[in-house]
Write a protein that binds this ligand. Sequence first.
Ligand SMILES: NC(=O)c1ccc[n+]([C@@H]2O[C@H](COP(=O)([O-])OP(=O)(O)OC[C@H]3O[C@@H](n4cnc5c(N)ncnc54)[C@H](OP(=O)(O)O)[C@@H]3O)[C@@H](O)[C@H]2O)c1
Length: 335
Amino acid sequence: MNSYCNDKVVVVTGAGGTLCSAIAIDMAKKGAKVVLVGRTREKLEKVAEEIGRAACPHAAVRIESADVTDEAAIADIARRVEAEWGPCRFLVNGAGGNNVKAMPTRLRFCEKDLQSSLSTSDTNVAVASGSLGVSENIASVQNLQDSKTPNGESNLNHVNPVNPVKKELPADRGFFDIDMEAFKSVLEINTLGTVIPSRIFALQMAKAGGGAILNFASMNTYRPLTRVAPYAMSKAAIANWTMFFAQYMAPAKVRVNAVAPGFMVNERSRGYLMTPDGGLSPRGEQVMHHTPMGRFGEAEDLLGCVNWLLDDSVSSFVTGITVPVDGGFLSSAGV
Ligand SMILES: NC(=O)c1ccc[n+]([C@@H]2O[C@H](COP(=O)([O-])OP(=O)(O)OC[C@H]3O[C@@H](n4cnc5c(N)ncnc54)[C@H](OP(=O)(O)O)[C@@H]3O)[C@@H](O)[C@H]2O)c1
């Protein structure tokens, strides 16, 4: 097959997810030997089945369930892949995510923040109050919607009055009462979860004479959205890391770039961008208002940019950049 990745090893982390499953399938169609990495084996098995069924029945696919922040586990995968298939030539660092325990329900500071347990001297209380038994999955956060005043403007300091936060979330939580352990875990998965596989697989690429790494930034890279501080911080860090590692690895002919997807509905974001009947949530409406192309993105919208950034024959002088694929979101002031 005549393609840039034919017979080459590509490692895709987060391969069980919405965006990177599409990338893995696309590269399998192009003849790559695809290593699917993620924590949940069943998700990866579904992608492998899809590759076998719809993409290319004879594709070389392997499933490796591991946490990308676990250096020993990723190094073990790298050793086995290299021994059996050869060196990794392409790495797609798609694993990432958020944690609802690290999210406030309020958007801005208000008097109630002064009553935060953090404002007392007993910091243990602060940790305990943040450690709510809430789901890790943002899909359960349908209720994290910006409430609106009757004139339709966001009522920034209040949760939706009909917000049935129920068991998943506290009815009202300010930034000073979020769980700092969850905050740290979001930073870790989105930053070290990219750095660790990059360090390990870049050495294989360097030994093999070159390769390309693709990282995942976000609209949060440029300006933080409300409520997702650690996610936004870590996605800003991805653009910075992409530049650092690009300049470091340039002599080894390893290019490092990133995509910054706009709003693409996935399992998690569906819950806060859309209503159960498929309409737009208030937050979804805000996003749409700021997206000149007037729609959410699809995983397939990324593929052209991803292939361009990975394919040496068309982007050999491109390294260290982050490319928005966002329907114009970044260009729109929304007014
Ligand atoms: N969708 C969007 O609108 C959007 C916008 C901007 C940026 N992004 C970024 O694009 C990337 C892919 O997003 P997506 O929409 O495809 O998300 P997704 O559907 O939630 O997929 C993310 C995948 O990452 C895996 N993962 C999470 N933590 C992991 C860990 N510690 N170790 C290994 N795997 C882990 C998850 O699987 P397991 O839980 O089974 O491990 C999941 O399958 C992410 O970095 C995301 O932040 C997405």
